[in-house]
Ligand binder design. Structure first.
Ligand code: PLP
Length: 568
């Protein structure tokens, strides 16, 4: 099949990047958090660098969800509908997959990511909402991470199997498939099943499946440092739903685990190149999977996407070309302090305006703001700062500060929802003393406003569960230093007192110890520097940019994938 609007891409594309979520734009709700933002940033960098990559994901017409939070801090969710035809072009093709022994048709939309130099990266958004499908099946690509295990399994069949068939139907001949997390691992089964890949002239008892050939075409990036966090399906469910699609289940069990179908195992067994998302995460993954070699290409963020207009104007002025070559930011120490401070003050005012507008609260621009926003879930410990309200109050009396928070809890994560309620409880307890704001609807737009508008970016995860973390990298592009637990990327990015500050050590410690260290660092180091040594503070802002933004970006990351994984 030849589709005119794809012709410019079909001959050129050699890498297909599969991801359950891709953040294409802040107002296209096909992402839930870090994984999707990373996928979007990766493809935006690929477009800037004119790399021959294509992205493939689900259209997620109902998005992740819209978050509402009531006075008590109770989260409620509603669908976040978007209309693909308003932002993407319909592709005139459809392919079939077998689900519950029914034919399910899969269509696609083309979204174009435009790079700084004019190159484009195509993204295919798979869609089962077609009139030829029965009602249930039309919903398979509606809700990102929605519903139950059966629904997720169907989505993963559409992504992996449907995605591969769509590429073939459209005439793509890709050399490498990049699995961004295990959700898309069925694509490797689809390759294995491909008759062209079957081995000929078998010896007695030899398997016809050419595992080494499939492995040589797959790259897997793992994002979860715990077994419990990995996608697993009960084989009973798999047999009920995917029976018509998968080859003999004995082979699948060999590749995906005997007890249940583990998507991480499957991806590991069918990929030659396996990557963790930070050095520490690669070490932890290596211990979990000693039989595989785990590489470490640390995550990054997309320079242009994550730089506020205030700092972008500054960089344009001093370092033209920084969007293509963010390494130029190593020279930021040459900038006048006042220019840095003014850009920051303007970005801070923009955040304050937004807060006034959405919550009615007026924060004080002369008082430092601590920012904390991420997925609300237990291991991120958003409540760590509130461990001892008395300590927090006395800290505030000595050196006033304000706090801005945001984050969604997954609809099925009761613990995460409870954390949001608790945070609101603390806000009521601290009312009239410490200004604390919780902004609903954390998305990319709010993320940029926060990482550029606060003075310190906080992160307090439970070690070693923060595989990488990327919001602190976004802060670095805006001269906002991190105060963070030494886990994930911060083990590589933190130079104590230079690019920011550590909470505790790299060793696992109790919540109480971490909380005390957090209070100590804030009260004895961070806040005094802010109030008493403005030049010293600006020096830290500059080093956050020059030493971290220049390195922890997706330009560097995708170039490393290109030279270390894609090329071979
Ligand atoms: C960057 C980002 C994340 C991920 O941040 P972490 O620090 O990795 O938790 C999540 N959600 C949104 C909207 C983001 O922009």
């Amino acid at each position: 099949m030849s589709i005119p609007m794809l012709r410019e891409f079909t001959t050129r594309t050699s890498i297909a990047y599969f991801s359950m979520e891709i953040a294409l734009a802040y107002d296209i709700p096909t992402y839930s958090g870090g994984l999707g933002v990373l996928a979007g940033d990766t493809l935006r960098s690929a477009a800037d660098l004119a790399l021959p990559i294509l992205g493939i994901t689900l259209v997620s017409r109902a998005g992740y969800f819209l978050q509402k939070i009531d006075e008590q801090g109770r989260q409620s969710e509603s669908p976040d509908m978007w209309e693909p035809s308003s932002r993407a072009e319909q592709v005139n093709a459809k392919v079939a997959v077998e689900i519950e022994r029914r034919t399910v048709w899969v269509g696609a939309w083309l979204y174009r990511i435009k790079g700084q130099g004019g190159a484009e990266v195509p993204v295919l958004l798979l869609d089962t909402d077609l009139p030829e499908n029965q009602l249930d099946d039309r919903e398979i690509t509606h809700f990102l991470y929605g519903k139950d295990a059966a629904y997720r399994l169907k989505q993963e069949i559409v992504l992996g199997v449907g995605g591969m068939r769509m590429l073939q139907a459209l005439g793509f001949h890709v050399r490498k498939h990049h699995l961004n997390e295990g959700h898309s691992a069925f694509l490797a089964l689809e390759l294995l099943n491909n008759l062209e890949y079957r081995k000929q002239d078998l010896h007695a008892g030899e398997s016809p499946y050419d595992v080494p050939r499939v492995r040589s075409q797959s790259i897997f990036t793992t994002h979860t440092p715990v077994e419990a966090g990995q996608d697993q399906f009960d084989y009973g469910l798999v047999e009920r739903i995917a029976d018509g699609e998968f080859m003999d289940m004995d082979e699948v069990r060999k590749l995906a685990g005997e007890g249940s179908l583990n998507m991480t195992r499957l991806a590991l067994n069918l990929s030659d190149y396996v990557n963790g998302v930070a050095k520490k995460h690669a070490e932890v993954s290596q211990k979990m999977f000693p039989e595989y070699e785990v590489h470490a290409i640390t995550n990054g963020v997309h320079p242009d996407t994550w730089t506020s207009e205030q700092f972008a104007a500054l960089y344009d002025n001093y370092f033209p070309g920084w969007r293509h070559e963010p390494e130029l930011l190593v020279r930021v120490d040459q900038l006048p302090n006042q220019a840095i401070w003014d850009a920051h003050t303007n970005a801070k005012q923009k955040l304050l305006d937004r807060i006034k507008e959405t919550s009615g609260q007026a924060l004080d621009p002369t008082i430092p703001i601590l920012g904390f926003a991420r997925r609300m879930t237990a291991y991120k410990r958003p409540d760590l700062l509130f461990t001892d309200l008395q300590s927090l109050r006395s800290l505030h009396r000595e050196h006033p500060f304000q706090l801005v928070m945001a984050g969604k809890a997954h609809p099925n994560d009761e613990g995460g929802k409870y954390l949001i309620e608790q945070l609101h409880q603390h806000m009521r307890e601290l009312a009239n003393e410490v200004a604390v704001v919780y902004l609903p609807g954390y998305d990319m737009k709010l993320a940029l406003e926060m990482v550029s508008g606060v003075d310190v970016w906080l992160n307090t995860p439970l070690r070693p569960l923060e595989a990488s973390g990327t919001s602190g990298m976004k802060a670095a592009f805006n001269g906002v230093p991190s105060l963070s637990v030494l886990d994930g990327w911060w083990l590589e990015g933190c130079i104590e007192g230079v690019t920011g500050w550590a909470v505790g050590t790299s060793e696992i410690r109790s919540d109480i110890d971490d909380a005390n260290d957090l209070y100590n660092k804030l009260g004895k180091v961070v806040l005094p520097l802010y109030y008493e040594d403005r030049a010293g503070w600006i020096a830290v802002m500059k080093d956050a940019i020059s030493k971290n933004a220049s390195v922890f970006n997706t330009h560097r990351m995708i170039r490393r994938y290109a030279t270390e994984a894609y090329m071979f």
